[in-house]
Design a protein around this ligand. Structure first.
Ligand SMILES: NC(=O)C1=CN([C@@H]2O[C@H](COP(=O)(O)OP(=O)(O)OC[C@H]3O[C@@H](n4cnc5c(N)ncnc54)[C@H](O)[C@@H]3O)[C@@H](O)[C@H]2O)C=CC1
Ligand SMILES: O=C(O)C(=O)Cc1ccc(O)cc1
Length: 298
């Protein structure tokens, strides 16, 4: 049943800076339930913004960030991590005294540093956020309204974040169907380095290595479903993942080093034909993955 009533929408005017997979999906989710009055898109590419209008994701657009955020009660910054600081600086002069600003960046410490550097007096209305939902696809065409349904969103509020700003952002993500959790930004970056950033680097590393194994792509012809499952995320946007590795470098290096040590131990076990150690590793991994799947179903 679509939730629709005569109450005013949660957000009267939403400005989405960066109308791609993530920003476009939140706009679609709120529109689908009548919880946004108007969506203004902002980006650098007019053809992409026009596509967002044609798809019904945004109502209107502006390429000037100040124009885009004028009169908005909420601004969602959904651009690559390397563009965050420049976008915050560009929107700052257009923000109203009560405009709430949030972002969706995959690393949080770096985004908070960017906001602190340029958001000025609007910093107390900035709510750093990260939806743990996405796909390997990019762009507004890939956006869909149910992306956040049943998924988690992590908010990493700062000491100065106003409670009413946090409340609005929390409400918006809940309306989109997400389960919202608060977390310290440093902890967020460590956890996501392990569960998201490391697997992406591993998938890219595996496919890159195999593609160089032979000068043709011959070995891929013999890959089974497991290879496809393991490497889906290597189809993700390389520039986005470069940005994530650079923004969260300390935690990603720690995760990679821990994984490398575990891989060295596994290599020894295979070399020494230590079947017991292989069984111990594989069984523990299978049990842990089952617990993970059970958690998803709860
Ligand atoms: N793709 C995913 O699965 C997830 C991505 N994220 C984060 O969300 C953010 C956006 O990612 P996606 O939506 O996947 O990317 P996307 O490529 O689909 O969309 C990004 C949009 O930002 C625009 N853009 C780039 N630079 C800009 C600038 N300087 N000013 C205005 N617009 C600009 C692009 O033209 C594009 O429309 C990234 O920070 C990423 O780390 C978070 C969760 C999941
Ligand atoms: O495609 C997938 O499975 C993902 O893992 C998507 C994703 C990418 C980046 C994030 O910060 C969060 C989720």
């Amino acid at each position: 049943m679509v939730e629709q009533d005569n109450n005013p929408p949660a957000v009267k005017r939403l400005a989405v800076i960066g109308v791609g997979l993530i920003g476009g999906s939140l706009a679609r989710a709120l529109r689908a339930i009548g919880q946004v009055g108007e969506v203004v898109g902002c980006g650098r590419n007019v053809a992409h913004l026009q596509r967002g209008m044609d798809l019904g994701v945004i109502d209107t657009f502006a390429t000037d960030p100040v124009e885009a955020v004028a009169g908005a009660d909420m601004v969602l910054v959904a651009v690559p991590l390397s563009a965050m600081r420049q976008v915050f600086a560009a929107i700052e002069p257009g923000l109203g005294p009560d405009t709430v600003i949030s972002d969706v960046g995959s690393a949080k410490v770096s985004v908070i540093e960017d906001a602190r550097a340029v958001l000025g007096s609007a910093l107390d209305r900035f709510v750093p956020g990260h939806p743990i939902a996405g796909t390997e696809k990019s762009g507004v065409e890939a956006s869909f309204p149910d992306l956040y349904r049943g998924r988690r969103v992590i908010l990493t509020p700062m000491a100065e974040t106003r409670p009413e700003a946090l409340q609005l952002v929390r409400r918006v993500w809940r309306l989109a169907g997400a389960e919202v959790t608060d977390m310290a930004p440093e902890h967020h970056d460590e956890v996501l380095a392990a569960t998201s950033h490391l697997p992406h680097v591993l998938a890219y590393g595996l496919v890159d290595t195999l593609s160089r194994w032979s000068d043709r792509d011959e070995i891929f012809q013999y890959a089974a479903g497991g290879f496809r499952d393991f490497t889906r995320i290597a189809s993700s946007d390389p520039a986005m993942w470069r940005d994530i590795c650079l923004a969260n470098h300390d935690a990603v290096v720690v995760a990679l080093e821990r994984y490398s040590a575990a891989l060295a131990t596994l290599t020894d076990a295979v070399r020494e034909r230590d079947g017991d150690q292989l069984i111990a590793c594989f069984s523990n991994a299978r049990d842990a993955r089952q617990r993970f799947l059970d958690m998803l179903e709860r």
